[in-house]
Ligand binder design. Sequence first.
Ligand SMILES: [Zn+2]
Length: 206
Amino acid sequence: MKNLDEGFIKFNCKRIDEHINLPSNIFSDLNKWRDIMYESGLIGAYSNGIGYGNISIRSNAAGFYISGTATGRLVALNQDHYPLVNSWSVNDNSLICTGKINASAESLSHAVIYDALPEVGAVIHIHHKAMWDKYLNNLPTTSSNILYGTPEMAYEIESIVQKTEASQDSILVMAGHEEGIIVWGKSLEEAGEMLLNYYKPLLKSN
Ligand SMILES: [Zn+2]
C-alpha cells in the first residue's frame, strides 16, 4: 500500500485549537451562499459519507475563512465550522489554521487564488458531474494528469487564474479531480451568481 504515497507530498494542517469569532457579515455571507450551494447539491456528501465542496472569504486581516473538513454532510454550519487559514506553503503542501476543526487539503486551491489576485474576496469549489462533463475543456481546464490535493494542482490553478482576462468569467474546471469546478470573485455574491449562471442551464435540460 505504501507505494500509493510515493511521489506525493502529504497535506499537513497545523491547527491552533481555539474558538474564533467571525465578523458577523462574513459569517452570514458564508452561510447564505453555503446554503444555496448545499441545496443545489453543489456542496454536500456522497452516499459513502465523504463530503465535497468548500467555500471561503478573504479575511480583512490576513488569510481566509473556509468551510472546514468533513462539513459537507451537515445541513447547517455554525461559526466553529469555518476555521481561519492563517498562512500556507504550497511547496510543502501545508497550512496553519485557527479554529475548532481543520481546514481541508483543498484550502491551498483557494490560497493560490487569493495570492495571485489581490482583488479577489471569495472562492467557491463545488462538485457536479453534469457541469463537469459539459464544461471540461470548454472552459479553462487543469491538466488531467494533475491530481487533487497536490502542489502541482495549486500551481496549475494559480497559472490559469493569472491568465484569466477581466472580460472572461472567473471559473475553471479541474480535469484531474472528477466533478471539480472552482469560481472566484470580488465577493461571494459575484462568484456565486456566476456559478449559478453555469449551473441553471443544466437544470432545464434534465
Ligand atoms: Zn473537490
